[in-house]
Design a protein around this ligand. Structure first.
Ligand SMILES: NC(=O)c1ccc[n+]([C@@H]2O[C@H](COP(=O)([O-])OP(=O)(O)OC[C@H]3O[C@@H](n4cnc5c(N)ncnc54)[C@H](OP(=O)(O)O)[C@@H]3O)[C@@H](O)[C@H]2O)c1
Length: 273
């Protein structure tokens, strides 16, 4: 049995006769978990990691989407809501004892109200998914990451984790907190074989981000990207994530900021007029 052998105990849609299986039916690929794999950056990261030979565990709430993706990339679909303890515990059981890469990507923004009018409920929800979701999944999977002796955690933060903009306080507060978690964890793990980093994208035109932020208001969501000269797409960030996750075991990428050329700062964007 290979040093890197991993057996998930609750796979959905995994074909045991797949290309990664050895003659004795054991999957010898290294394993990656991607949360929020049903859309946008998470789905692209799952595809990109699979293309590099990982067996990818695709976790999200929309089961039909992760099952289709898992079938496409010969991965595993695990329904998971990162705001639920039992759901995250089930994810950890499905992953098993050994894990190489964890991409904490599930997250997003809700609303764009000024602080004076901001919805406490929206703020709570953003903190719950971006910060506490990352905390829960990390806590649950840390033993498996450590067991391989070369684990990597890539948290999908944002430039909003280091900067603020008007109307963005609920989201920027959550992404600042996620960055604090990332940087603290790196300090705490310095004597253990797990690396911790953040990819911090600027504007990425994904399927869900602005649509979720504006609660399905398509016209408002589309205005975010209107006239922007080549915003990033999910695949740009996915490539960065895969690069971070595939460095040699002694290399830790602390923070990778990635923005479209047309975005000098969150609010300083070149738009075609
Ligand atoms: N797009 C941007 O401009 C941008 C910029 C910087 C950073 N980011 C960050 O990138 C990450 C991905 O965003 P995206 O642009 O790809 O948006 P997206 O297309 O809306 O994808 C968000 C993903 O998060 C998942 N998710 C949300 N709540 C969840 C929960 N409670 N449990 C499990 N999964 C959950 C969603 O899956 P389900 O709904 O199926 O659960 C979906 O797969 C987020 O952390 C976001 O903050 C985005």
């Amino acid at each position: 049995m290979s040093e890197d052998t991993v057996r998930g105990d609750l796979p959905v849609g995994h074909d045991s006769a797949s290309s990664g299986d050895s003659a004795d039916g054991i999957d010898a690929r290294r394993t990656a978990v991607v949360t929020g794999a049903s859309s946008g950056i998470g789905a692209a990261a799952a595809r990109s990691l699979a293309a590099q030979g990982f067996r990818v565990v695709c976790a999200a709430r929309r089961v039909d989407r992760i099952e289709a993706l898992a079938a496409e990339i010969d991965g595993v679909a695990v329904p998971c809501d990162v705001t639920s303890e039992p759901s995250v515990a089930a994810l950890a059981r499905a992953v098993g004892g050994r894990l190489h890469v964890l991409v904490n990507n599930a997250g997003g923004a809700l609303g764009a109200d000024p602080v004076a009018q901001g919805s406490v409920e929206d703020w709570r929800e953003m903190y719950e998914v971006n910060v506490l979701g990352t905390l829960r999944v990390t806590q649950a999977l840390l033993p498996a990451l450590e067991a391989t002796g070369e684990g990597v955690i890539v948290n999908v933060g944002s430039i909003a984790g280091g900067l603020v903009y008007e109307g963005g306080a609920g989201y920027t507060a959550a992404k600042h907190a996620e960055r604090a978690l990332t940087e603290t964890l790196r300090l705490e793990l310095v004597e253990r074989p797990v690396r911790v980093g953040e990819v911090a994208p600027g504007m990425v035109q994904t399927e869900g981000f602005s649509l979720v932020r504006f609660r399905g208001d398509r016209a408002r969501a589309d205005r975010v990207y209107e006239g922007v000269v080549d915003p990033l797409v999910a695949e740009d960030v996915a490539e960065a994530i895969t690069w971070m996750a595939t460095r040699p075991a002694h290399v830790n990428i602390d923070l990778l900021v990635i923005k479209p050329r047309a975005q000098a700062a969150p609010h300083r964007i070149h738009r075609r007029t």
